[in-house]
Design a protein around this ligand. Structure first.
Ligand code: SF4
Length: 318
């Protein structure tokens, strides 16, 4: 049984001019100890998928249909309190904005110690020792001395590292990391990526890694889900997706993967823009930008289908 199983997840935003469907029947799973990368342009639905899983959709967004199962049990219909407990203890979250996660009034040491002591019975001195260890692992220099510092005393990049330590110190089964390394410089990025990989190997932690950065995915993920306009365009093993992309959109993304040293935003290379939620084209949502589109593409929406070693929502593989 996979640790996380998302089936036909549909998220809608009711608005004045009708209902906007931001996620449309998204299905995927994550095994224990697996890192699933989720990649796509901003607005594709990557972050929304993460937020829906942990019950943090911003109002008026709502799960309109579908199911989310975690460790065998449904979590898409949980009340706020049980969901909050799962979120702290079993599913760790690393979101883009560290200031929304850290409490400005408490030292970061206190926040780490309290988080660990909420989830495990450990003495103050043991918790302190572990907290310093986590700060060291995420690359905070002189961690022992910084233990008593407040969030505003850290730089933006360091705050992000503290958030990562805070998410990992409760030793969750699943980490949902949304652009965890974007604000960090290259050497720290590599350190965080290595840390996530160690956790999956040593503790069997599963990771959903949301990013627009194919370079980070290529170095970290086991499998990749490519999202486009609220749907999964392609999903499969990372090596296959990179070497043999089956969906023309993935092909565009993979045109060349930047190395960690030469970071460039390759996603801008595909001509045109992703359609707006209130102006989704009929048929394949990618057809206005697809150089390989044919008659069926404008009339009928493709579902994920077998395409070599991956699954792609594209009529070329029908
Ligand atoms: Fe392109 Fe058609 Fe495949 Fe869509 S279904 S990606 S338009 S070839």
């Amino acid at each position: 049984m996979p640790l996380l199983e998302v089936s036909n997840l549909t998220v809608e935003f009711p608005g004045r001019r009708g209902i906007l469907r931001a996620l449309d029947r998204v299905s995927f799973s994550i095994e224990r100890g697996e890192i699933l990368g989720v990649v796509g342009e901003s607005g594709a639905g990557k972050s929304l998928t993460g937020a829906a899983i942990v019950g943090l959709l911003e109002s008026p967004g709502r799960i309109a249909s579908g199911e989310i199962r975690f460790d065998g049990g449904r979590i898409d219909n949980l009340a706020p309190e049980p969901m909050r407990r799962i979120r702290g203890r079993r599913i760790g979250t690393i979101f883009q904005d560290p200031l929304t996660t850290l409490n400005p009034l408490y030292t970061i040491g206190r926040q780490l110690v309290e988080t660990m002591q909420t989830h495990a019975r450990i003495s103050d001195s043991e918790a302190r020792r572990k907290a310093v260890g986590w700060l060291e692992r995420v690359g905070i220099p002189a961690a022992g001395q910084r233990f008593g510092a407040y969030p505003h005393e850290f730089s933006g990049g360091q705050r992000q590292r503290v958030v990562i330590a805070l998410a990992l110190c409760a030793e969750p089964d699943l980490v949902i990391a949304d652009e965890p390394t974007t604000a960090l410089d290259v050497s720290v990025q590599a350190q965080i990526v290595a840390l996530l990989k160690d956790l999956t190997r040593d503790r069997g932690t599963s990771v959903m890694l949301v990013t627009h950065d194919m370079g980070v995915i290529a170095e970290t993920a086991d499998r990749v889900a490519v999202m486009y306009a609220g749907r999964i365009a392609e999903i499969g093993p990372v090596a296959e997706i990179i070497r043999n992309p089956a969906h023309p959109y993935t092909d565009g993304l993979m045109a060349s993967i930047p190395s960690l040293e030469h970071r460039v935003d390759r996603l801008r290379q595909i001509d045109g823009a992703m359609p707006r939620l209130d102006a989704m084209p009929d048929g394949c949502r990618f057809h206005p930008r697809c150089q390989r589109a044919f008659a069926r593409c404008t009339a009928q929406q493709p579902e994920l289908m077998a395409a070599g070693a991956t699954r792609a929502a594209c009529w070329l593989h029908a």
